[in-house]
Every structure is written in structure tokens, then in C-alpha cells.
Ligand binder design. Structure first.
Ligand code: BG6
Length: 304
């Protein structure tokens, strides 16, 4: 099916008052999801969740005010899907950083309403000659997005070939915060990490993470829940995950954000990426006929 044809998409996958496909900014097709629990928007390019907020709550995902929406360009904010590698490709410098999944089209497989009133959409990456040139391994990747009081994402890689495959992946989520300088991230205490700001040197996290400068770290062996405590918004975002052994914490700070050109003025102050990943030595081998599932559940808890 032509994934960009919103009339056809609505005929097959629209749910009255709940899931509506429309032409979004920059010619991107988006699914608008609204139910009694939450609202969200998802671009078919990249199966990219751009916004999510439980009803009555301010946005939980940060979407840059200066985000650029264009075919083939990753959107700055929301939940980019990094797959089938994380960061630069190990051998081919010309291949896109964080893989190609976030910049190619995905198709809608299913939309459904769950018993609790949440809405679930399932997407599958569309393979093309261009994707096969970069990833010549028979495989299938799907993303299940469940929009409710929590936002649940399940990125499943199936190995449909006869050889094992090795994947890196990440849900590269940008979270909205009132002021990064006052935010505390818990759950990474004592984890070893690779400090990309210090030539990739290995360190160990002591105490909770706070950010006051450019920060780019891959925490290894980190499977515990992460908590983003934001006294300004009086809330704590809980990140619970399965099938993810790495956690990437990233904030570009002033100079890098300015160079990137799609952060907006002072945008870096209102975001932090806490990415549920399998990166560096935590990459995953998927056996022939097997599958790997990277799952996250994001929820909001009130602080006194
Ligand atoms: C993070 C990486 O995951 O993503 C950073 O650790 C990188 O090194 C950042 O700068 C943003 O990447 P991109 O490709 O979306 O600009």
C-alpha cells in the first residue's frame, strides 16, 4: 500500500475519534492519536513518535521548535529509532549515523484499541534496494507503539535469514524538562560508562547524573529503571525497559546545539536524551529464526 496515501490509510487503519492519518509538516504523513488517556503524533517516516502527553499533562517528549521536517531527514526530538546500528557504522563511514531506520518509510501493519482505552499502532520498516545495500541481511523490524497513560514502545528485530545477525539499536528519546541544570537522573549509579566527551575513556558513575556541560555517555550493563526528576515541572519521568543493556545520556549544550541548527534558541536547556539502547559491546546477536525485542515504558509520576 502507498504509505503516503492518507485516504487509504484512514480507510484501512483509521479509528474514528482515535487514529487519524493526515499530511503533516514537510510532506510527512503522520498519525494523530487521541484517546481518553493521552494524545500522540507519529510520523510514518521512521515510525517516529513526535509527541506524547497523558491527558492533563504537559508534553513529555521534547520536540525542537526548530525541528526540520523533510523526507529523508531525521526529526530533532520525539523518539528517533536507531537501527540496525548505533552511532557511526563500524566499517563504512559513509553510512548514516544511528542507522537508516529513522529516515526511511515504515508501513502501518495494524491499529487497535486496547481494553483499558489505550491505542496501539504497529509499524514495519519498508525495505528497499537502498536499505539492502547498507544491510544485506534478511530481517524484519517492527515497532509497536501503545499510547496510553504510559507510552510503551516495542522494537522487534526478527532474523529471517540463515546466519546470525548482530544489531545495535536505540530508542533515542528526547524528554522535555523545565531546565536541564536542575534535573537529576537516577538509576545509573555505579554503572560503567564510555565518556564520548573524554576520548571514549571508561569511567564509573558515582551517584545520580546531573548535567551542566555537553554530555555524551554510553552507560553499559544498565538495565534498571531510569528516573528523570524535574522539580520545575514537579514530575518524575520513569523509564522502564527490557532487552536493553545500554543507556545513552546526551545533551549537546550551547555550542554543539548552535552548530546543529535544528535545536532552536536555548532548546538544549529544555531537553535531555535518555536512550534505551544496545550499543558498543552491548550489541545483540540474533540467531537465525530468532528475535530480539527492545521494550520501554515511559510514565509520569508527580513530585510533591
Ligand atoms: C547521541 C550520540 O545518541 O545522539 C551523540 O551519543 C549524537 O554522539 C546524538 O551527537 C545526536 O545524533 P544525531 O545523529 O541525531 O544528530
Amino acid at each position: 500500500m502507498n504509505a503516503a496515501d492518507v485516504t487509504t490509510l484512514n480507510r484501512y487503519f483509521g479509528i474514528p475519534e482515535q487514529v487519524n492519518f493526515k499530511d503533516g509538516p514537510g510532506g510527512l504523513t503522520v498519525a494523530e492519536v487521541t484517546n481518553s488517556l493521552a494524545s500522540a503524533t507519529i510520523a510514518l517516516q521512521g515510525a517516529h513518535v513526535m509527541t506524547w502527553a497523558p491527558q492533563g499533562e504537559s508534553p513529555v517528549l521534547w520536540l525542537s521548535r526548530a525541528a526540520k521536517f523533510a523526507p529523508g531527514k531525521s526529526i530533532r526530538g520525539g523518539v528517533p529509532v536507531c537501527w540496525p546500528w548505533f552511532g557511526p557504522h563500524a566499517q563504512e563511514a559513509s553510512f548514516p549515523g544511528h542507522g537508516y531506520a529513522r529516515t526511511v518509510m515504515w508501513e502501518v501493519v495494524k491499529t487497535e484499541t486496547l481494553a483499558d482505552g489505550a491505542t496501539r499502532l504497529t509499524f514495519r520498516l519498508i525495505e528497499t534496494a537502498a536499505t539492502r545495500a547498507q544491510w544485506p541481511h534478511p530481517s524484519e523490524v517492527t515497532l509497536m507503539v501503545t499510547v496510553g497513560r504510559t507510552l510503551a514502545l516495542d522494537l522487534v528485530t526478527r532474523n529471517t535469514g540463515k546466519e546470525p545477525i548482530v544489531i545495535g539499536d536505540a530508542l533515542h528519546t528526547y524528554f522535555e524538562v523545565s531546565d536541564i541544570r536542575n534535573v537529576t537522573i537516577r538509576g545509573l549509579e555505579d554503572c560503567p560508562y564510555i565518556d564520548k566527551m573524554d576520548n571514549g575513556s571508561r569511567k564509573r558513575q558515582e551517584g545520580p547524573v546531573t548535567i551542566g556541560a555537553e554530555t555524551d555517555r554510553i552507560y553499559l550493563d544498565s538495565s534498571a529503571d531510569c528516573l528523570i526528576e524535574d522539580p520545575g515541572l514537579k514530575r518524575r519521568i520513569r523509564i522502564a525497559k527490557r532487552g536493553s543493556r545500554s543507556t545513552v545520556v546526551w545533551n549537546p549544550w550551547i555550542e554543539k546545539a548552535a552548530k546543529m541548527g535544528d535545536f532552536g534558541e536555548n532548546g538544549y536547556l529544555n531537553m535531555v536524551c535518555v536512550e534505551s539502547a544496545n550499543a558498543a559491546e552491548d550489541v545483540v546477536t540474533v540467531a537465525p529464526g530468532g528475535a530480539h525485542s527492545l521494550q520501554v515504558v515511559y510514565g509520569v509520576e508527580r513530585l510533591p
